[in-house]
Design a protein around this ligand. Sequence first.
Ligand code: CAA
Length: 258
Amino acid sequence: MTDFETILLDRKGRVGIVTLNRPKALNALNSQLMREVVAAVEELDADDEIGAILLTGSEKAFAAGADIKEMAPKTFAEVYAEDLFSQWDRLSSVRKPIVAAVSGYALGGGCELAMLCDFIIASDTAKFGQPEIKLGVIPGIGGSQRLTRAVGKAKAMDMCLTGRNMDAEEAERAGLVSRIVPAAELFDVALETATTIASMSLPVAIMAKEAVNRSFETTLAEGVKFERRVFHSTFATADQKEGMAAFVEKRAPEFKHA
Ligand code: CAA
């Protein structure tokens, strides 16, 4: 297992837990943290004992954005040549489900990182925003694209142009988060949720994730056809036989992730 400085990596049963851990900077996403999150998540994705990944921060901040102090002095030539933030794209190639548990600030890159996960469970204290415009920049880790797909054009424009925050209630109404729980229960609920996902057949969970994600990349007719083909291929798994046999025999399934 790799050593990390800006995150904590833990395993509970079949769930891998990545906790952002730069408390003095409200988990601002500097380049080291970016490298470490990507490495940890890829390590968990490759680990046969892991079925789902939980990404979280602290009670005060999931993450307050890209690290402004690190970014401020950079020139155009530098950010362009290094393709600043492009490494975050690697999270969208992760095959296992990733749940984000968000408490407190999820601003700028913090909101974008949460949206790179498969879904977001928010505490009642969560605040989401894309305040980049107040710094003279625009979102750079997919915010203008993923926020628009999540909440629609009106709210995405409002957020990206005014830089205002959304509280948890508004985020849930708008479809940015799947549910809201009291802050004190966030971690337990998110872990229980990830544990439930990890108890399902891993290949089938990966197929379900892939099918939902396909809806953002294709037409409805092609997406429905893709889904049906993948549905057919679940019948090649031992877990489909087990899942349906368990239902008929009125017992809990024992998936072998095969
Ligand atoms: N980058 C670097 N440092 C940050 C930071 C960030 N994004 N957010 C907070 N910090 C640091 C503060 O500088 C401060 O450090 P010092 O104690 O050394 O001064 C520490 O974290 C605590 O922050 P505050 O004192 O500001 O805490 P607060 O409770 O008063 O305010 C806050 C909290 C409203 C979140 C405020 O910190 C804030 O506005 N942060 C910046 C939010 C932001 O603009 N995010 C977007 C960044 S740009 C981006 O993300 C680009 C992109 O799309 C990729």
